[in-house]
Design a protein around this ligand. Structure first.
Ligand SMILES: [Cu+2]
Length: 166
């Protein structure tokens, strides 16, 4: 994942150096055609989503809704909205990955990280994140800001076997 992000950055810089205007990229400058498959799906252009799911994040350390059901193959445009007074984030993943990541955030709270499967949202703001769920199963979204995940800031995504028909 890191490698293609770097490659995209270099390609963009080279384009600028040659005097070309950088093409307007989708959110976060992600080239979705190069999106890497993960155990929980792949980054997708939120503009291609047929469904938008607004997820509110509160200082009570909860996501609303706290459960989401999607179909395999479906592209979802998540709009995480921070209704609280402190920073929150929505990070997609397996329970294992979220737990590991939450532990890492405790050790390195200053760590800056930004990948297509996460959105950091300041108080009163909202973000956007496009994701395609390619595998059926049980996945999760969590807020990995130290203390939030442990306080129960976690939601569940069920991806059904039924394939989404375009
Ligand atoms: Cu939070």
């Amino acid at each position: 994942m890191k490698i293609w992000l770097l490659a995209a950055t270099i390609a963009l810089s080279a384009g600028n150096a040659l005097g070309h205007e950088a093409k307007p990229h989708a959110s976060k400058g992600v080239d979705y055609s190069k999106a890497e498959d993960t155990p929980f799906g792949r980054a997708a252009d939120p503009r291609k989503a047929k469904r938008t799911i607004r997820v509110e994040m509160t200082d009570q350390m909860r996501f609303h809704p706290g459960q989401i059901t999607v179909k395999r193959g479906e592209i979802v445009r998540f709009v995480p909205a921070n209704k609280g007074q402190v920073m929150h984030e929505m990070v997609l993943g397996t329970m294992d990955e979220l737990k590991k990541h939450a532990e890492m955030m405790k050790k390195h709270p200053e760590m800056e990280h930004d990948e297509p499967h996460m959105a950091h949202v300041a108080p009163g703001k909202q973000g956007v994140m496009g994701w395609q769920f390619t595998k059926a199963g049980q996945f999760f979204y969590g807020c990995l800001i130290p203390g939030h995940f442990d306080a129960g800031m976690i939601g569940k995504i069920t991806v059904t076997h039924e394939r989404n028909v375009k």
